[in-house]
Design a protein around this ligand. Structure first.
Ligand SMILES: Nc1ccn([C@@H]2O[C@H](COP(=O)(O)OP(=O)(O)OP(=O)(O)O)[C@@H](O)[C@H]2O)c(=O)n1
Ligand SMILES: C[C@](O)(CO)[C@H](O)COP(=O)(O)O
Length: 237
């Protein structure tokens, strides 16, 4: 029986507004190189991936200075107005290359601390499973509260959320090429702007596996996250 090939789609077309930086966060310096290049180096170094689709803003003036701008293993695709549109554009860039049952791993470029060991765990979980896919996730460690916004701008506790089996969804999120593409097309056709790939499959009543991954696979989102990512990426950490 043939082994399904695997592709990676890397949404990298965001503006990083929450980062409040002078450039999109994927192009901020981290240990002397683009944050993005740490992510791409990890993915390019993982031999299961046939090729990477990097989804970039059409106005992106920084990509040309990436260490991997000329890498033949990278296919470029245009970003969209939201992450889900960018991911779909990335999938469509594979339409002449990927087979329906090939795996596609979608990984945020803003998560530079991904380890190959987590990728091994993710693909290991996909062996001999009836699940439609698998995502890296991290169990919540804190007591979780649901807040309510008051007219004066304060937020008060509405109630404590039962946190047993409550997980932070991370990336990569891995699904079959055709099923993920069709699920995203369905969601966007119905104005369901999902924030991750698993949500699109859930809208089609398909459930993925949660594979526990490292909590240091953080998404650099706010200013304080950059220093933390730098610490996690320090050799030997
Ligand atoms: N239209 C978009 C929006 C986001 N992304 C990518 O999706 C990932 C996760 O999104 P997020 O962390 O929200 O990035 P931004 O949208 O850039 O951040 P913000 O929401 O603060 O603007 C990032 O790698 C980002 O580059 C994308 O490819 N296309
Ligand atoms: C895909 C994701 O990283 C999983 O947690 C998250 O949903 C991205 O959300 P964002 O608002 O686009 O950062």
């Amino acid at each position: 029986m043939s082994v399904s090939r695997c592709w990676a789609v890397v949404p990298a077309a965001g503006v990083g507004s929450r980062m409040q930086a002078e450039r999109p966060k994927q192009y901020l310096p981290l240990h002397g190189r683009y944050l993005m290049d740490h992510t791409l180096e990890t993915l390019l170094g993982y031999k299961r991936f046939e090729q990477l689709v990097v989804v970039l803003s059409e106005q992106d003036p920084y990509w040309c200075d990436s260490e991997f701008a000329g890498d033949a293993r990278i296919i470029r695709a245009p970003g969209g107005s939201e992450r889900c549109y960018s991911v779909l554009n990335g999938l469509r860039a594979l339409q002449d290359l990927a087979a329906a049952d090939d795996w596609v791993a979608v990984h945020d470029v803003a998560r530079p601390c991904l380890r190959h060991s987590d990728l091994d765990a993710l693909f290991g979980a996909l062996q001999n499973t009836a699940a439609c896919g698998a995502i890296l996730a991290s169990p919540t460690r804190d007591t979780m509260k649901r807040g309510v916004l008051h007219a004066d701008g304060t937020v008060a506790i509405d109630h404590t959320v039962e946190r047993t089996q409550l997980w932070h969804a991370l990336t990569p999120q891995v699904f079959r090429y055709q099923e993920l593409t069709q699920a995203l097309e369905y969601c966007l056709a119905h104005q369901l702007e999902v924030t991750d790939e698993a949500s699109a499959l859930e809208q089609r009543q398909r459930s993925a596996l949660l594979v526990e991954g490292r909590a240091d696979n953080l998404k650099v989102t706010r200013p304080e996250d950059l220093a933390l990512a730098g610490l996690y990426l320090t050799p030997g950490k």
